[in-house]
Every structure is written in structure tokens, then in C-alpha cells.
Design a protein around this ligand. Sequence first.
Ligand code: CA
Ligand code: CA
Ligand code: CA
Ligand code: CA
Length: 463
Amino acid sequence: MRAFLIFSLVIVLTGVATRIRAQQSPPSLDSKQGILNLPQVIVIPENSTFSATLRQIESSELVLELDSITSISGSFSYYDPNKKILYLPALTIGDETYQNVQFELVTPQTEPLRFRMVAADIDKTALKKVSATVETKPVPASGDAADDPAIWVHPLDPAKSTILGTQKQGGLGVYDLAGQEVQYLADGNMNNVDLKYNFSLGGENVTIVAASNRSNDSIALYKINPGSRMLENVAARTIRIGLKHAAYGLCMYHSKLYDKYYVFINDKSGAVEQWEIFDNGSGLADATRVRSFEVNSQVEGCVADDALAHFYLGEERVGIWKFSAEPDGGSAGYLIDTTDKNGNITPEVEGLAIYYASETEGYLIASNQGNNTYTVYNRAGDNEYLGKFQIVADETLNIDNVYDTDGIDVVNVSLGEAFPYGVFVAQDGKNIDPEENQNFKLVPWEYIAKALNLKIEPSYSPR
Ligand code: CA
Ligand code: CA
Ligand code: CA
Ligand code: CA
């Protein structure tokens, strides 16, 4: 990062013992060490009130403002001569924005004075930028067609893991980690897809896959053949749901309490059904409805937390709901974030995904379709808001930005060389450069983790 600065200082003296001397030559920032070089600045603030401005001249983004230095305990900028610490309420350097920044004076005897950043909070309002390293083959239909991805982690060779992706005008695709198509099933208008490991079917331990099929308002069920990596239909019958409107969003849940597998499926009215998936005794999977509840307007994206037994549901224009994921969990939910002025999300709320860092830690991620961003929350506790990011183009790799995202998914484990710290997958509503049908973009998890100061925990097994 180039960080040549021009330094200007406006001084308002309120105490006779305060003296500040500044010289107009540009200070510089060693971005590797975080050392700010301030030339010829001597601050002797025994009783000071002053304001100062540091401004980057090569790029318009770097602005450092020192303002109204009034008290050591307040939130304003000030220099504490005893601790030799410079405190700033906010600081933007390039793409990074920090709050409650502390610089310690590291060269008290020589000029220029040098300050090293020793503490800072990430500014949770700042939008972080990451980019994809892989994009999948475009889906075989034009218009709004790709919708929801699900990541499958291969049991033996993580590099052979796949991305399942719905094509809501006609089928379901399977892609490898280079984005190549492994399989395409023209089985109906599949809207959302999800999967769970270790489902017992016909005496076998399988990955069970569920998709919402809008062609006949049913739950499609497959298993994954680990050898071919292809989907095999295992539905005992056409599992038609009972919702008034067409099948829409879908996600799965494995209850530790009951050791049972469930599908949540919803419609555009806000109605939700929970179905239990079971082996029908002949090696095929069947399902039975175990719960119904609703919110007041259109829903789609959902995700269940297998370890903490929560069910999250996006009410597209309202916010993110949290319910019990258990079949006897009742119908009471509450909003963990809203699209109103006190909230952090922007309508429509679309895809939801969970990053598992451990049994109890990790993140909930939501697609904010209206402004092409993703918001991140703590999985645990009250789902504290942690920040937001967007996926911008990578000109070197010639991968376009991600726009108008429906579904997302994320996984924490290594998927081999291409994604050693896991991957975040997002549907791209506008696949350009060249102009092609919609597809899915793959972002290394560490890009997001570094941008938002999140954990990188590849050791917790999602299987
Ligand atoms: Ca869409
Ligand atoms: Ca959608
Ligand atoms: Ca795009
Ligand atoms: Ca593209």
C-alpha cells in the first residue's frame, strides 16, 4: 500500500504548556509494520486541545483525522504523554477502517517521531472486499436460473469435494473445485439444495441430499456416490409437500437430540414445513411432515445449526428469524437482525449459511441481495453482528464480481490445495466477462476471515 501523506496541523492552544511543532514534509506509513512516520512533530500536551489532519495525497482513500483533543478518558483523539500513546477514534488506511486506534510512540528521542499501531477495533460498519478464485461452468438456462449451492466434502480426498448447485428452471448441477461440471440432472425446477452426512440408508452410511422441486412441489432426495461423485435418486416416492404455494426455500437439519434428519421447506407466503427423512426399509428415503409454522411475508433462504439446534429463516423484506430446529420446538421465533434502520441487513435477505469453527463457535452468514453484500454474525449467543463483505472482480484471474446473490454455502475444512482453509460459495446473478448464464463463485475462506478478522478453523469436522 502506498501511503504518502501530507500532514497539516491546526492548533488551538488552551494551555500555555502545550506546544506543537509541525513541518510540512510528507510523513509515510510502513504498511508492513504499521509504523506511521510523522516528521518533525513535537507534542508536549500538558493541557492541550488541538485538531489535526493527516491526508493521503496519492490515493484519496487514506484519511487520518485528529480532532478535538480534550481529555485522556474521553473518546476523542489525544496524546497521553505519560503512556506515550496517541489515541484516535477512527482511522482509514486504504481498504481498512479501524476504530479506537492506539499508536505508541516508538522513537521518543529522534525525529521524525514514529508511532506504531498497537491496538485497534475493526470498524463493523466498513464494507470489506474479497474476490473469487474459481467460478463454475454457467448453468444451462438463461435468465434467473442458478440459485442455491451446497458444498459436499469428500470423505477421503478433500480435493475431490464438489459443489451442488440448483438450476431453478430445470435441474441440479454438480461441479468440481475447478468449476467443471461433474453431472447435470434435468430432474425438475430445483430451487434450493442442502445435504447432511452419515444418514443410514439400506445399511449404508450415505450423504443425503434434499432439493425443493418446484415442478411438482416436492422434496427431491438423492445420495452421493463417493466414487463417481454423482447424485443418485433415492426418493421412495414423489414426496409432495402440503404448502399452499409452490415449494421454494429448503434446508436440512440433523438433530443430535433425536438423531434424526429433517428437511425444512417453505413457500412464498411465509409458511414453513419440517419433514422427517427416514429409511423406508427398502433402502430408499421417505419423509413425513412433523411441524408447520409461519411468518408474515415471503421467505426463502434458511439454514439449521446442527450443534446448537437453531433454525434460521430469512423473511426477505423483514430480517432473519431464529427458531428452535427441533420438531417439538413450537412456533415462536425472534428476529436476530432486521432490515429497518436499526438493523444491519438490506432486503432481500436471501441465502443463509453457517461456518462451524467448533461445536459452539463460528458464524452465520446472510446474503443481502439488495446491495450485493453478505453480513456475518456470531453463531453463539445472541448472534452479534460482526461485519459485512462483498465479492469484487479479480481482474488477474478474469473472474467477475458477484451480484444479486440468492443462495450461499460455506465450509471450514481444507478442500486441498485450491481451498486449504475452506470455501465460501455464492450464486452470481450476473455472470459477465464474458456475458454468460448465471453461475456460482468460490471464495477462499481465508480471504473473508482476514478481511473481517474472523477465525480460520479447518480442524472441526463438518462430517
Ligand atoms: Ca436470483
Ligand atoms: Ca432465490
Ligand atoms: Ca458477476
Ligand atoms: Ca464470469
